[in-house]
Design a protein around this ligand. Structure first.
Ligand SMILES: CC(C)(COP(=O)(O)OP(=O)(O)OC[C@H]1O[C@@H](n2cnc3c(N)ncnc32)[C@H](O)[C@@H]1OP(=O)(O)O)[C@@H](O)C(=O)NCCC(=O)NCCS
Length: 417
């Protein structure tokens, strides 16, 4: 097998990378060229990595999209891994595995404390410490129910400042979206940067309306309206925006939504969503536990301390014995004094724990997880479920309950990338 090496993708590599992309997913469709230019510009110069052979031929590539993602209502830097493809003739030789590991190292260097991705195969990413975090949910409503919301609340002619969104609204839309995930204490959704709203509005790709205290972004095809985002700070704003979405029920009776599965519209609608729900699973990985934990939001009324032993080959920043403390909504992860860090000279023993760790009584008592267990725990899988999946060992019933309290969440991602 030829020797594999990773390096940054440079401008001159783009045709080769695009050729591999097209051999993996077929040719780019309408608007594909503009999309390719955009994603390349976003990630060239540090966020697009290639695997090359000894003659520097590109065998595979992947991108790290720079996202801001809510966890417990606070916003963390998340690397969205996308565009992972390997030249068909070079598959099955560990190219993608080499690439994934390089992407994780790079995210650590860039300060992306977490990573998420929509996988086509779970095994590849599990090898590098990713685990299923949640799903992107598409919920479908009858447009006339949404239309009823608008007319019942606002009456005919009442508009509450309703108008089409313009590029100058981008900053306000970003602020409203950010405030909404904070208000709901949401975990999972990403906030589009101001530039993404501006670009989307300038290109007129999607239909967008603003109202006093909210906005909606949706797409329209012959078959259905698809709501990408709807943010409202008041019942009136929500009703007005949903009313706009449902107003075309005569021509387009179906409305798909990619929103929080617990969007409050479900509590006010005069009808149920249809039973056909589509879900796209996504995976997550913790890249830098200390920084991620400090930035995540926690319940203001929780106050506790619990130990956690983490074994993580690909992200050594996570490895070691940790004390996790939560108080007043703020978390702190402290690597316990004297706890060994992988790579600092300790001799690893058979199952990944270092000899010093084995000697350390505290480590013996702590719940022990690998990178996949840590990812699942971060995403709100209870310790009992991790144990059943063989992703956690050790610990105690009391510590399990504390960890469940710390990480409780039902994370969702609304944007596919
Ligand atoms: C998926 C893909 C990136 C894997 O590349 P690769 O270099 O062959 O991967 P590796 O050799 O590192 O294999 C790692 C593991 O991934 C898994 N894997 C790879 N291809 C797979 C496939 N087609 N189906 C299921 N699992 C697969 C296997 O578990 C494999 O380990 P194993 O060979 O020991 O069983 C490559 O097949 C590809 O480009 N596919 C088309 C595009 C795509 O799906 N990209 C992923 C987007 S998330």
């Amino acid at each position: 097998m030829s020797e594999l090496r990773t390096r940054d993708v440079v401008d001159a590599d783009l045709p080769a990378v695009l050729a591999i992309r097209n051999r993996s997913f077929g040719p780019l469709g309408t608007g594909g060229d503009a999309w390719w230019q955009r994603v390349s510009a976003e990630t060239l110069g540090g966020r697009m990595i290639a695997v090359v052979d000894e003659s520097d031929t590109v065998l595979g590539a992947g991108r790290i999209r720079p996202y801001e993602q809510a966890w417990g209502g606070r916003h963390l830097r998340m690397g969205g891994v996308a565009g992972v493809y390997v030249e068909p003739s070079a598959r099955g030789r560990g190219v993608a595995t080499t690439l994934t590991r390089a992407l994780i190292t790079r995210m650590g260097e860039l300060g992306d404390v977490l990573s998420c991705l929509f996988p086509t195969t779970a095994t590849l990413y599990r090898r590098s410490g990713y685990e299923l975090g949640g799903v992107q949910t598409r919920t479908t409503y009858a447009a006339h129910h949404l239309r009823d919301l608008g007319s019942s609340r606002t009456g005919r002619g009442s508009s509450h400042g309703l108008r089409p969104a313009m590029p100058a609204d981008a900053e306000r839309m970003h602020e409203l979206a950010r405030a909404a995930s904070a208000r709901h204490g949401a975990s999972g959704p990403m906030v589009r940067p101001v530039t993404a709203y501006t670009g989307m509005l300038e290109r007129g790709e999607l239909i967008a309306y603003v109202v006093d205290g909210g906005f909606v972004v949706y797409d329209l095809s012959e078959e259905a309206v698809t709501v990408e985002e709807l943010v409202a700070t008041t019942p009136d704003a929500a009703a007005t925006l949903w009313g706009v979405v449902g107003s075309g029920s005569s021509a387009t009776p179906t409305v798909h939504t990619y929103l929080d599965p617990r969007d409050p519209v479900a509590l006010v609608l005069g009808g149920l969503p249809t039973t056909q729900v589509q879900q796209a699973p996504w995976m997550a990985r913790v890249v830098d536990l200390e920084a991620a934990f400090e930035r995540r939001g926690f319940g203001a009324h929780s106050s506790l301390e619990v130990a956690l032993l983490v074994d993580d080959l690909e992200a050594p920043a996570n490895a070691g014995l940790w004390t996790l403390t939560v108080s007043g909504g703020q978390g702190t992860a402290t690597r316990t004094a004297g706890a060994p860090v992988r790579g600092d000279g300790d001799t690893p023993v058979a199952d990944g724990i270092t000899s010093n760790e084995r000697a350390d009584g505290a480590a013996e008592e702590a719940l022990r997880v690998g990178a996949r267990g840590l990812a699942a725990l971060w995403c709100g899988w209870s310790v009992s479920r991790l144990r059943q999946a063989g992703l956690a060992s050790g610990g105690s019933p009391d510590a399990d309950a504390a960890l469940d309290t710390v990480f409780t969440c039902a994370p969702f991602i609304t944007e596919y990338f």
